[in-house]
Design a protein around this ligand. Structure first.
Ligand code: 13P
Length: 252
């Protein structure tokens, strides 16, 4: 039985004080019950401050990106062991903003995925198509290319200790959410692709939905059989909004 994972991607927002307040608000308002986990992914400079706020709570810490390298002359980069050191359990890799704006290729993303796992971090691998790709009918092939880079590099077994997030690019920050059926179709496809390699393992992998997820649409999305949580941007920046989504998972 898969648990829900409700993850907040704070992106490049906030300050030390705002991050501490948001983290404290989430800890204080965590819904009762089991069957779900909550994760926050603040910007790098605030990881340590947020880590302190989360101490002793059930809320996990993650980062938004990671270097594929261990240490050394990589100005401006952050290694997996540094993220572990500061208390991270998860790291997002291959977010569409990094692929589109910073030129990250699927092969580079696969390298980051492996580096994260090698250091005991759970990678959250983001995949998703643009509107143009969806309209051209290439959604599944785009996602296959993104998944296959990791399957080729790390093998299907690597997904036993990883999370996938389906984030249609056209739904990110646009207020346009995929309908539960649209999202479910792609989630089912992702699971089927993994099942071609290992059907039991495919059943255990958490696949999150991301793209304008909010309290109003969370229950409908989380009710779908292959949707195991959310990767939430805008609605993760207010404790009450984010907790409402966690509440939907707690009831689901
Ligand atoms: P929004 O929830 O703001 O659409 O962002 C989704 C996202 O990109 C999470 O990684």
């Amino acid at each position: 039985m898969r648990e829900f994972l409700i993850a907040g991607n704070w992106k490049m927002n906030g300050s030390i004080a705002a991050s501490e307040e948001l983290a404290a608000g989430i800890v204080a308002g965590m819904p009762e019950g089991g069957g779900f986990r909550v994760l926050v992914c603040p910007p790098f400079p605030y990881l340590a401050a947020v880590s302190r706020q989360l101490e002793g709570s059930a809320v996990a810490l993650g980062a938004q990106n990671v270097s594929a390298h261990k240490a050394g002359a990589h100005t401006g980069e952050t290694s997996p062991s540094m993220l572990k050191d500061v208390g991270c359990e998860f790291v997002i890799v291959g977010h569409s903003e990094r692929r589109a704006m910073y030129g990250e290729t699927s092969v580079q993303v696969a390298t980051k995925f492996q580096a994260a796992q090698a250091n005991g971090l759970t990678p959250i691998l983001c995949v998703g198509e643009t509107l143009q790709e969806r309209e051209a009918g290439t959604t599944e092939s785009v996602i296959n290319e993104q998944l296959d880079a990791v399957l080729d590099a790390a093998g299907v077994v690597a997904f036993a200790a990883a999370v996938i997030a389906y984030e249609p690019v056209w739904a990110i920050g646009t207020g346009k959410t995929a309908t539960p059926d649209q999202a479910q179709d792609v989630h089912r496809h992702i699971r089927a692709r993994l099942a071609e390699e290992d059907s039991a393992l495919a059943e255990s992998v958490q696949i999150l939905y991301g793209g304008s997820m909010k309290s109003e649409n969370a229950s409908g999305l989380l009710a779908m059989p292959d949707i195991d949580g959310g990767l939430i941007g805008g609605a993760s920046l207010q404790a009450s909004d984010f907790l409402a989504i966690a509440g939907a998972a707690a009831q689901g």
